[in-house]
Design a protein around this ligand. Structure first.
Ligand SMILES: Cc1ncc(COP(=O)(O)O)c(C=O)c1O
Length: 352
């Protein structure tokens, strides 16, 4: 057994931004992880929706080792061949057309917000406005926390970025009323299933109605699939359950199985908004991240992980309902909800 772990409530040198549990993990295998004292855990968190293939995957690890020994990073001054391979695959899976690569979810969302604003400016709208949602979470940069619908995340960071109109989920009347006679609206932006906000799904009928409204008004439909995408719900992207296609789709988290990666996938309405020099990032699309993305999707397809998410998710939801039968009956657990392996339990203690 290894020496006692270095675990402190607050590290003297790392900024105190996380309320950490007193566990230090040393290694993992599949869906299990072990701490530095050898105690085993079932990893239900998956690195906050990141570890799509589990830990130490026998196909992913050698592929990444191979990539590490070739090239980790070059820069976007040169072509990175796997950018085209991964972009082509994402285009095929999404029914969209072009991809911009970055490194995190907030970066993907920043790029989406910039796309929406430039979409407006290109149409002669000088002060573009974007519809966002109550309880949404889009990241912690100044723009994405302004789009986020959680006052706790915004507190202390004002002034917030302007140009957002906030509406409740699943309510077409509110969306119509909030945007009525407003020529500055350029986009509607939401998560197909809110993750950090508490596993709140957009209803398929609502998704279809918003798609139609965006078409009628020439707005961009932008769906943040950073957390609910990449197969977690049993489809590649959660909005696909409603049979719609967005104009802009930010991705991150599960796309790289733990190697930092982000992507903004765009359809024809948004694919040519950015021109040379409009946007960029040092790390985005680097050879290591691209290899991780290509291998993640290849292995997901080989191993049938979408079907797995549906089947294991249904099993888990059923087992949770059984285990929490008494609490559900008494009302101390309000609901078990979600789709596939994106599940949440709402109890009165956490949300009361
Ligand atoms: C829906 C959604 N969008 C964006 C983000 C931000 O991603 P990142 O932490 O990689 O910046 C998150 C993170 O939890 C998320 O759940």
């Amino acid at each position: 057994m290894s020496a006692a772990p270095f675990i402190e409530a607050a590290s003297p040198h790392v900024m105190n931004t996380y309320g950490r549990v007193p566990i230090a993990l040393s290694h993992g295998q599949g869906c299990r992880v072990w701490d530095v004292n050898g105690k085993q855990y079932l990893d239900a968190l998956g690195g906050i929706a990141v570890n799509t293939l589990g830990h130490n995957h026998p196909k992913l690890v050698p592929a990444l080792q191979d990539q590490l020994s070739k090239l980790i990073h070059t820069s976007n001054y040169y072509h990175v061949p796997n950018q085209e391979v991964l972009a082509k695959k994402l285009v095929e899976l999404s029914g969209m057309t072009n991809v911009f690569f970055c490194s995190t979810g907030l970066e993907a969302n920043e790029a989406a917000l910039k796309l929406a604003r430039k979409f407006g400016h290109d149409k002669g709208i000088e002060r573009p406005e974007i519809v966002v949602y109550e309880k949404a979470f889009h990241g912690r940069s100044i723009a994405t926390l302004s789009a986020t619908g959680n006052p706790k995340i915004q507190a202390g960071f004002g002034p917030l970025v302007e140009g957002f109109i906030r509406v409740p989920l699943n309510n077409m009347d509110s969306l119509r009323a909030a945007t009525a006679n407003n020529p500055n609206v350029v986009a509607v932006f939401f998560e197909a299933i809110q993750g950090e906000g508490g596993i709140h799904a957009m209803h398929p009928d609502y998704l279809r109605a918003v798609r139609q409204l965006c078409d009628e008004r020439n707005w961009l439909l932008m769906i943040d699939e950073v957390q609910c995408g990449m197969g977690r719900t049993g489809k590649w992207f959660a909005h696909q359950w409603a049979g719609i296609t967005p104009d802009v789709m930010p991705l991150a988290k599960g796309l790289g199985s733990g190697v930092p990666i982000g992507a903004v996938v765009a359809g024809p309405k948004a694919a040519n908004i950015f021109q040379v020099g409009n946007h960029g990032t040092t790390f985005g699309g680097n050879p290591l991240a691209m290899r991780a993305g290509v291998e993640t999707i290849r292995i997901m397809e080989e191993e049938g992980l979408l079907v797995n998410a549906t089947q294991v998710g249904a099993h888990l939801a059923g087992a949770l309902a059984q285990a929490l039968k008494t609490e559900l009956a008494s009302g101390s657990v309000k609901e078990i909800r979600g789709q596939g392996l994106m599940l949440g339990i709402e109890d009165l203690i956490a949300f009361g």
